[in-house]
Design a protein around this ligand. Sequence first.
Ligand code: FES
Length: 103
Amino acid sequence: MTFSKVCEVSDVPVGDALKVESKGEAVAIFNVDGELFATQDRCTHGDWSLSEGGYLEGDVVECSLHMGKFCVRTGKIKAAPPCEPLKIFPIRIDGSDVFVDFD
Ligand code: FES
C-alpha cells in the first residue's frame, strides 16, 4: 500500500466532501459525522462528480444528475439508476493529515 497525503482533516467539514486527485485518479473524501471515507469521485452511472455535484446525507451520497445513491462507507448502490458500486479507497488519518492509497 502506498498512501499519499491528499488534504488536511479541516479541509472536509462534517457533512461535506472534497475532490482530490493523484495519478490521474479523482477521489472524493466524505466527512460522515467526523469519520472520513474515500470513494471514486465519478458517479458510476455517468460523468458526474459526486463531491461537487452530490448531496451527502448520513453515509449516503445522492448524485444530483439522476438521483442515484451510494453508501460512502461501502460503495454499495442505495438507489438506481447506477448498476455499478463505487470503488472505495483505503484512507488513513495521521494527526491533521489525510492520506489515501490510490492503488
Ligand atoms: Fe449519477 Fe446518473 S450520473 S445517477
